[in-house]
Design a protein around this ligand. Structure first.
Ligand SMILES: C[S@@+](CC[C@H](N)C(=O)[O-])C[C@H]1O[C@@H](n2cnc3c(N)ncnc32)[C@H](O)[C@@H]1O
Length: 277
């Protein structure tokens, strides 16, 4: 891949999704793109550029984003956030009426295949069970990628992906494939139980664009996506996300995400945890 083509592809990715990839990382780019060229029966990257610039350019650009964006995630990733949620975040939100005066809403803003959202769901459900009369609550998962959203909503996970979930939570919150049911590698597969699935809805949303309509959130997970953005895109993204947090609600960033670009009106109250005043 020539430097010129690498640069054009990387610039397009940044313009659409905010994601920065080093154009000199040709190995990464060719590895991710070669399969697409084969699938389209194209002989060269120049031919691929013609598609990106032609009438099917918008759809192909969405595919390009799917190919180049990183979706790494796992259940109970950065576990201190989930301990904080159970011990501090949820009690404080409920003290202010969330779950009673309005449904408590958790938003996983770059949810990838869903483990972050489902982990939060397990914590909220356990908290809600201990509250006399229970809580009204729900979850929203958004991502730029339609592919990962399909997986998040399907809520099916391999035994390997389930690492990090306690056995008792596996039993309570997941259906397990029956012994003898054929799976890819002979290992069981798991699906989030219907009661938890019924709490969640999923929407495609680019955090750099005006967001679709959905309820204001009491708590937002915006973790491990800002790390890929330049400062101006971080600011845009944070502006969009923070506008959708209720006052008194929380924003959780990833531990590696930069705190630069946070809008005014947020106070830090824990490691990568911010409260909207
Ligand atoms: C590394 S994953 C993080 C998943 C999860 N938040 C976590 O911490 O485990 C980053 C996710 O951000 C999504 N993403 C990247 N750019 C985005 C954008 N501009 N708008 C919305 N989602 C985006 C990707 O599709 C990917 O699923």
């Amino acid at each position: 891949m020539s430097r010129r083509i690498a640069r054009i592809l990387v610039e397009r990715l940044k313009a659409v999704a905010g994601i920065r990839v080093d154009p000199q990382n040709e190995q990464f780019l060719t590895f991710r793109l070669n399969r697409r060229l084969d699938a389209l029966g194209l002989a060269s990257y120049e031919d691929y550029l013609s598609i990106l610039e032609g009438p099917k350019g918008e759809a192909e650009t969405a595919r390009l984003v799917e190919m180049l964006v990183t979706h790494t995630t796992s259940f109970f990733r950065e576990p201190a956030h989930f301990d904080w949620l159970a011990k501090t975040g949820l009690p404080s939100l409920c003290d202010k009426g969330a779950g009673r005066l309005h449904p408590l809403t958790i938003w996983s803003a770059a949810c990838s295949t869903g483990p972050e959202l489902w982990s939060a769901g397990i914590v909220v459900d356990q908290f809600a069970q201990a509250i006399p009369g229970g809580l009204r609550w729900g979850m929203i998962g958004t991502d730029i990628s339609a592919n990962v959203l399909r997986r998040a909503a399907g809520a099916v996970f391999s035994a390997t992906e389930m690492a990090g979930i306690r056995e008792e939570d596996k039993r309570q919150y997941f259906l397990r494939s029956r012994p003898g049911v054929a799976t890819e590698n002979g290992m069981p597969i798991f699906r989030v139980a219907p009661e938890l699935r019924s709490r969640a809805s999923f929407l495609q949303a680019n955090l750099l664009q005006p967001l679709p309509d959905f309820p204001l959130a009491d708590l937002v997970f915006l973790r491990n996506v800002l790390i890929y953005f330049a400062l101006e895109d971080r600011q845009t993204c944070l502006g969009h996300v923070c506008a959708r947090i209720r006052s008194g609600g929380y924003l959780l960033l990833g531990h590696s995400d930069s705190h630069h670009g946070l809008p005014p009106g947020l106070t830090q109250c824990g490691p990568s945890i911010f409260r909207k005043v």
